[in-house]
Design a protein around this ligand. Structure first.
Ligand code: CTP
Length: 416
């Protein structure tokens, strides 16, 4: 019943939130892919780290600030079932009234999947007309209820309102899933496994900026999206991710972000995280920088007279990836990206061997649908043994998962 099913587990604030941990574990053990969503209040009762460690994906808490610009609709559309345990009077009230006041209620309103609500609250609240009315409204809409049990409540009171036992909720969710049609393989690949659990991954992203003076810099067209997609995919697959970035994007939740600007800063930050099990250099690092950075803004000239245009002398930056390759510890998998506009595979293969890499992702940035501004990419994955894996045009997330599949194979670990 649970195998391969996507379960969104909504946890709202209540002393019973700890029971959701046990429920999560039961569903994971039964083969479900569990995505936890916690309200702010829930995090006062159970640390998100607990769910991060147990569930199939890191905890989601907010509609904003994630890599996915519309996490509530993604959750709602892809869930096989949404379970809310414990469900507070507030969440039940918002859901019944159609008010989206956070990620959980937004996902509840954005889904056509069956929903299982497991209320938990004090007896007086549970018996209040308003709460009972909301329960009836939801029941009338086909929402499944796992009603609270009688017993000891927070503060030592005895009465009805205690969250049903995890085993009871598990059985109820199982029944709902049993009534669903089989998952159609045409719906896409099964949800990712946590094949990077316990693996440290350092990812670099974005184009570096090399200062000319306090207001000007030499930059490049990298958007950072491919690097962010890799960081997000690695996080979803259970990795401990450090993202070293110069891109103006919000970091994916649950990823350690290190902000840098120049190639030199990126080199220092990467050096500090160079002992990771996997390093993916997706950043577009400047190859040249001005020899001197003017301390003041370079003026165009006085009183309308144009001064001679400055000549900016450049020097090489260090090749960060080559440095990492030269001192690569045993067992580490080092991945580079080659942005090419001509002789793509030859150039990428040369860079792979010159920089002592395990994997090189060759990216024809001049092709239609590939490269900087696009949400899609066309890449070929090259391995140190000379083999190549061309991918069709696909999303940057799909490229990220394909690269991680290759890394997982090289590490010899479980591969989804
Ligand atoms: N790279 C790096 N440090 C640099 C330049 C590049 O670590 N100073 C890394 C990039 O992050 C990428 C890989 O090297 O993973 C290849 O980058 P690319 O720009 O394609 O190649 P370059 O080595 O810079 O060679 P060229 O610009 O001549 O193509």
């Amino acid at each position: 019943m649970f195998a391969g099913r996507r379960v969104v587990l909504g946890v709202s604030g209540g002393i019973a939130a700890y029971k959701a941990v046990i429920l999560c574990r039961l569903m994971i053990d039964a083969g479900a892919h569990v995505i936890p969503v916690m309200t702010a209040a829930a995090q006062r009762f159970v640390g998100r780290a607990t769910f991060d460690a147990l569930a199939s994906e890191r905890v989601l808490t907010s509609i904003f600030g994630e890599n996915d610009p519309i996490p509530h609709t993604t959750l709602g559309q892809t869930a096989d079932v949404i379970v809310v345990a414990p469900a507070t009077a507030r969440v039940i009230g918002s859901y019944a009234a159609g008010i989206s006041d956070g990620l959980l209620t937004a996902a509840l309103l954005a889904t056509r999947a069956p929903v299982v609500v497991c209320p938990a609250m004090h007896t007086e609240m549970w018996e209040h007309d308003a709460v009972q009315h909301n329960i009836e409204v939801l029941r009338g809409r086909g929402v499944h209820m796992v009603v609270p049990e009688a017993g000891r409540l927070a503060g030592g009171d005895i009465g009805t309102g205690r969250l049903a036992e995890p085993a009871t909720i598990f059985a109820a969710v199982g029944e709902v899933l049993a009534g669903l049609p089989e998952r159609d393989p045409a719906d896409g690949p099964p949800p990712p496994q946590r094949d990077f659990a316990g693996v440290s991954v350092t990812v670099t992203a974005g184009g570096t900026r090399e200062a000319i003076d306090p207001v000007r810099f030499i930059g490049n067209r990298s958007s950072g999206k491919q690097g962010y997609a890799i960081a997000t995919a690695a996080r979803d697959r259970g990795a401990d991710v450090t993202l070293i970035t110069s891109a103006p994007l919000s970091p994916p939740e649950g990823v350690r972000e290190v902000r840098v600007e120049s190639a030199a800063e990126m080199e220092a930050a990467t050096g500090a995280h160079a002992d990771a099990d996997v390093i993916v250099m997706a950043a577009a690092v400047a190859d040249f920088r001005p020899v001197d950075v003017a301390p003041q803004k370079i003026k165009k000239g006085n009183s309308g007279e144009r001064a001679q245009a400055p000549v900016i002398e450049l020097e090489h930056t260090n090749d960060i990836l080559a440095g990492l390759g030269a001192r690569k510890p045993p067992g580490q998998v080092l991945v580079g990206f080659a942005a090419e506009t001509a002789d793509v595979l030859d150039n990428a293969a040369q860079k792979l061997s010159r920089k002592n890499l395990d994997v090189m992702v060759a990216n024809d940035v001049s092709a239609d649908g590939a490269g900087f501004a696009y949400d899609t990419n066309i890449v070929t994955i090259l391995l140190a043994d000379g083999s190549t894996r061309p991918l069709p045009i696909c999303s940057k997330r799909e490229v990220a998962d394909a690269v991680l599949d290759t890394v997982a194979e090289l590490r010899g670990g479980a591969h989804r």
